[in-house]
Write a protein that binds this ligand. Structure first.
Ligand code: CA
Length: 228
């Protein structure tokens, strides 16, 4: 694994670096919050071990800044601050785990494995139907090689269609899943949005993917998957 250690206590940093390197990890150490942030956003790490009290930029500031840039690398805070408030504060700012110094090295290793495993499992998947792809990380939609710009509602609507291919979706289901409202007078709104989306996805295309299901609502057809 590639691990970033942001720690200003030189001795501790080198103990962690040596220990993790012995287990075949590739370890980089940064001694302040500024250089740590730069590393965290430019290189691709599997896990970040983060001290809180750091020169130039605190651990929490680093965490906020990287999460604001949509960097979702798992972070384990490693600090001498051990109050419940500190722990809650760290986790609220997007840390994945929290360890208090002094610590047992084996436990740190176990926690690194655990957050890395969870991060793998939570990896959002690229959706694809025919030549339409939706990348949930970049929030990018393409048909073939052409990027299609969608509004956030159109995007959510397409994502709902693509996670339920070949399934007729009623206006009620769409309202509850995409608009997060109970179905009342949303019927027209949904028709309008489905038409917007169709124009962007299907217009001028020979293969129409979003179809009307009479008496039910709408469906996204996946030509490569049988309808069951
Ligand atoms: Ca420190």
């Amino acid at each position: 694994m590639k691990i970033l250690v942001v720690e200003d206590e030189e001795k501790l940093a080198s103990i962690i670096q040596r220990g993790l390197a012995e287990e075949q990890n590739e370890v980089t150490v940064c001694a302040d919050g500024e250089s740590g942030l730069k590393e965290a956003v430019t290189a691709d790490y599997d896990c970040i071990i983060l001290d809180l009290m750091l020169p130039k930029r605190s651990g929490i500031e680093l965490l906020d800044a990287m999460r604001a840039k949509e960097i979702h690398t798992p972070v384990i805070i490693l600090t001498a601050k051990d109050s419940v408030e500190d722990r809650v504060h760290g986790l609220d700012h997007g840390a994945d785990d929290y360890m208090v110094k002094p610590f047992a090295f084996a436990e740190l290793e176990a926690r690194i494995r655990s957050v890395a495993r969870r991060a793998d499992a939570a990896q959002p998947i690229l959706l694809s139907i025919a030549d339409v792809t939706l990348d949930p990380i970049k929030q990018e939609v393409k048909r073939g090689d052409e990027e299609i710009k969608l509004t956030s509602k159109e995007y959510s609507l397409l994502q709902y269609f693509m996670t339920n291919p070949n399934t007729p979706l009623s206006r009620k289901m769409i309202a509850e899943n995409v608009w997060d409202v109970t179905f009342a007078s949303y019927s027209n709104v949904i028709d309008v949005y489905v038409n917007f989306l169709r124009k962007k996805i299907d217009c001028d295309r020979e293969q129409k993917l979003i179809v009307t299901v009479r008496g039910v609502g709408y469906m996204m057809r996946d030509p490569d998957r049988p309808i069951d």
